[in-house]
Design a protein around this ligand. Structure first.
Ligand SMILES: [Fe+2]
Length: 487
């Protein structure tokens, strides 16, 4: 199949149209047969609108968070979708215009409306988790939003009984009354414990580490001072270590503060310096900083301890820092595939203070990696993700793929011109394979379908038709037991 650049950009523009309607418990049409064993609820988050008052957001990451809920029961699927009613979303809906700066979007009005405004809109658009009887929509620069798991009604910001309250200096507290809780918490499937982080910009910049038990009780955060600002989207947690990969980033505070440019535009990564791996022993003790590898990593697919004391990470590494949020960044140069993110094996040897990198799958791009849940640090058997179809010259993420850890085998389900989302496994153990659920934008129909694929061979088992299109989004979760509504 050949798709030219103009067609790709047209498909992307159509896929990014804002969501106009919210549905409540609507039954969806199913093609194929749903597995009788597939009972539970899929939640998925992503940006759902990209403009306000006719002014487009400059950055896809600023799109307002929009949740989908698919309830599977007795071979049927029911669908509910809602925008997350954050304070900013409600105020902007009422005003009919943009009231906040976004991570990559300036308010209309230039310096007068952007200068000295360092409170950015919490877009609540990156991930959704079910933990401690709470459904939480996550965004890495702010606090989570709690939602009703049945109606998706927004219940407000979650501060974990006050533990997320910012107790640093007055300027930090004014700027961010609640501490950031990143969009990639790591959950131990055996103990239910959740480990997450947040980065607070300042002098000094701080890394906060959070531990939340299975009942949702958060311990006071651990605070690690960083000797420089950095930008981190995901961390690795094993039985022994918390590993944070820190790129050399610089944030032009004066330009962002004066409103001369957006925070995203004020963020510069030093491409000539390798990232550093910050190793924090989970049992306590001194931390260690090791020069790692060049490039940039959004997602860590898997992390495990080695018997020799080292760590094995499977990472999705970009050779350079990509144009953040610019969905066209992989599509500008038809013949250019050098900038694609790839699945790689990063070995960290704390005793020798050294890292090494080797490819897992050289031929194709890889993003939005997922694994079946397990204890933290368990080595997965497979890594799923979206990818670029092998042999196709265009860097178009239109395949769902499965990488077998032991054999290195990679298989794909090529969806042609359609755009798949993160494939979410329904198996609840690392040694199990069951089904994958992926929200796919159908280019020809200008609509989205939820695909059910057999995880072992990526065969399509069923296709569930949505009544509208959902823009390409980020992360979600599978909950095998239907959560009860908030009473
Ligand atoms: Fe992510």
């Amino acid at each position: 199949m050949t798709i030219n650049r103009a067609e790709m950009l047209k498909i992307l523009a159509e896929a990014m149209m804002p969501i106009e309607r919210e549905y409540t418990d609507s039954e969806l049409r199913v093609s194929g047969t749903l597995p009788p064993s597939l009972n539970g609820v899929l939640y998925r988050n992503g940006p759902g609108r990209f403009e306000r008052g006719g002014v487009p957001y400059s950055h896809a990451f600023d799109g307002d968070g929009h949740l989908c809920r698919f309830e599977f029961a007795q071979g049927r699927v029911r669908y509910t979708n809602r925008f997350v009613r954050t304070r900013a979303y409600c105020a902007e809906e009422a005003a009919g215009r943009m009231l906040w700066r976004g991570f990559g979007t300036q308010k209309p009005g230039g310096l007068w409306t952007n200068g000295l405004r360092l409170r950015f809109k919490n877009a609540a658009n990156t991930n959704v988790i079910w933990h401690g009887n709470r459904l939480l929509a996550l965004w890495e620069g702010g606090a989570p939003h709690r939602l009703d798991p049945v109606t998706l009604a927004t219940l407000g910001e979650e501060d974990f009984a006050g533990q997320l309250r910012n107790r640093f200096d007055p300027l930090s507290r004014w700027n961010s009354p609640l501490l950031p809780f990143s969009a990639h918490p790591q959950q131990d499937a055996e103990t239910g414990e959740l480990i997450n982080f947040g980065l607070v910009l300042g002098h000094p910049s701080r890394l906060l580490l959070y531990r939340v038990d299975a009942q949702g009780m958060m311990a006071p955060p651990d605070v690690h001072q960083l000797d420089r600002f950095s930008f981190v989207h995901d961390i690795a947690v094993t039985a022994r270590w918390i590993c944070v990969l820190l790129p050399f980033a610089d944030f032009d505070i004066p330009r962002a503060l004066l409103g001369l440019q957006s925070p995203a535009a004020s963020l510069k990564l030093d491409r000539d310096r390798p990232m550093q791996a910050l190793l924090i022993p989970r049992a306590g003790g001194p931390t260690q900083l090791i020069d790692a590898v060049p490039g940039f990593i959004f997602h860590i697919a898997a992390a495990s301890d080695r018997d020799d004391g080292g760590l094995d990470l499977r990472v999705i590494r970009y050779p350079n820092f990509p144009a953040l949020g610019d969905v066209e960044c992989f599509f500008r140069e038809v013949e250019q595939t050098d900038g694609l993110p790839r699945l790689e094996w990063l070995q960290i040897d704390p005793a020798a203070n050294r890292c090494s990198l080797s490819p897992c799958s050289e031929e194709v791009g890889f993003e939005l990696p997922t694994v079946s849940p397990g204890p933290l640090g368990a080595k997965p058997r497979q890594i799923y993700g979206i990818g670029t179809p092998a042999g196709r010259r265009l860097p178009f993420f239109s395949a769902i793929q499965r990488f077998q850890m032991q054999t290195g085998e990679l298989i794909q389900q090529d969806l042609g011109a359609d755009l798949p989302g993160e494939p979410i496994p329904t198996a609840m153990r690392p040694d199990q394979e069951d089904w994958l659920l992926s929200l796919v934008y159908r280019a020809a129909e200008r609509r989205s379908d939820l695909l059910v694929l057999r995880a072992a061979d990526l065969a399509i088992q069923a296709s569930i038709e949505l009544p509208h299109a959902i823009p390409p989004g980020f992360h979600g979760c599978w909950v095998p037991t239907k959560p009860s509504p908030v009473g």
